[in-house]
Structure formats: C-alpha cells, structure tokens
Design a protein around this ligand. Sequence first.
Ligand code: CP
Length: 314
Amino acid sequence: MTDKSLSRRRLVSMSDVSVEDVQKIMTATSAMKEVSERDIKKIPVLRGKTVINLFMEPSTRTRTSFEIAGKRLSADVVNISASGSSVSKGESLKDMVNNLTAMKPDLIVLRSPFSGAPYIVSKWIACPVVNAGDGRHEHPSQSLLDLFTILEAKKSFDKLNISIIGDILNSRVARSNMLIMRKLGINITVCGPATLLPKYIENMADRVTTSLKEAVTGADVVMMLRIQSERLNEKKFPNLREYSKLYCLTSDTLKHAAKGVIVMHPGPINRGVEISPEVADGPWSVILDQVTNGVAVRMAILYLLLGGGLQETN
Ligand code: CP
C-alpha cells in the first residue's frame, strides 16, 4: 500500500488515494455488487462492528447508501442528524464526537457543511473516519462510485475524455473527481459560467471552457452538476432561466459527444435547469446506476477500512 489515507484508516480526501487503492476498491466493489444482487443481501463480515453515520447536512443518497452498506455487511448502524442531536442545544462538534467515541464505535461517517471537518475529526479520534461530503471541499465516496460506474460502462480509464459541467466553484464532487481522475489518466474538461469556475482551475483540469457545446464535443463521459444554491452567498448569474438557456444539457447538445457517451449526475438533479428530462431519463443516462453502485462502493469502503485487507502501516 502506497496510500497515505486508507492505510491510516480514514477516507477524507481523494488527494490521499492512490491508483493502487482505486484498483483495490474497484475490485472489492465488484464483489459487493454481487452480494447486493443476491436474494439474501447480507454477509457477516462486519458482525460486531458499530458504524455511526453522523449527517450534519441533508442527504438522501449518501446517508441511505452508507446505512444499507453497513447493514448488508452485518454491522450495527446508528444514524444521527443535526436536527435530532444535541448540536441543536449548542453542543460543539468536538464535544459531540468525543461523546460518541466514548460509546466505542468502530467507524464514523461524517457529512458536514464545514470544509475540513472530517479531517479534523480524524485527528481527534482513534477510529476510522469517512468523509461523506464536507462543504465545498470533497466527497470521496461519491468520486469512487463515479469511477466504478465509468469503469462498468467504459472498461478502462485510460485516455477517456470527461467533461464536468456546472457549478464547479462550489462542487465537492468536482474537486474529488478532478484530484483522482488526473492520476488515472483521464482527460478532464471543466465547463461553467466564469463566475462558477474557481481561481486556478487550470491547475486541476486539462481544459477549461465556458461553452457547453465545446465541452460536450467529443466527450466520452458528461458529468452534470447542480447549482449549489445553499453555498452561494452572492448572485453568480442573472437567474435560473438564463442559466438553463446556456447550460442545460439537452439531447441536441449531446449529439456532439463521442459515440457511446454516458451522462452522469451525483444528484439531486434539477430537471430543466442543468439537465433536460429527456437526457436524465434517456439511454445515455447512468444516473441511477450511480445510485446502485453507491451502495456497493460504500460496502467496499467500510469493509476495507474495518479490517478487510488494508493494513495499518503507520
Ligand atoms: N450525491 C449526493 O451526495 O447526494 P445526497 O446529498 O442525497 O447524499
């Protein structure tokens, strides 16, 4: 294992994940997907382990799939949300995490509105921490399920052309994917209005454009992102109607993509804003495959971090 992150038994950033780690996780995910396709979708590998899902921000896909993943591996899974916790009575994240750790969980999954929170928590406590999305920063398990979905469709990452389109500035999905996709030899184009592209984006992508048609032309994979309105503290474009005129992916625009193009979206989708219904539901779309694969990849992450093959090296 060359990896710094998984061998320290945490998954907080794709910057710490190596190509070898990706291969290992993809292999484990295939096995977990097979389990998920059985009549009895349960194996005893994490029996006796306790996983706490601590979600301080709303979530449908990530939270549910981490819960299902833990249960399919026979772990005991506890779900905590901000509104149902003592954070609403003024408890700090540090006090809450220390109190939860006193109950001896084996792994904590954390979603937080604050960039860097999972990293800090991983320094405070001894048990493994998985970042389930932190502010604008990263969403590593989403990136891994995206990679698995791409691999299923395209068989290899080498020289694939991916276009990531939308609110790049505020997207933790874009950041995690750019970090790992460069290591995997994927050619990355990013596209969005200039006001939604971060400074120095050219250091993270091979090509940057504000033209949707240019971004889609020749793409093997098109990943659409929603506007993260909950993270916009100022107006970045006139209104959603204007935005969708320029950046809504339609079947007409998709004609310029490479043959066999797949369309991805981490969800939740906003139909008619960044993606037309015909594309979201059309033959190019692998959006629901991403959701299916999210369970298998999270089973693989829990399994590998809780003793299923990754050795602690430091
Ligand atoms: N993709 C994703 O993170 O979705 P949720 O916010 O529903 O978890």
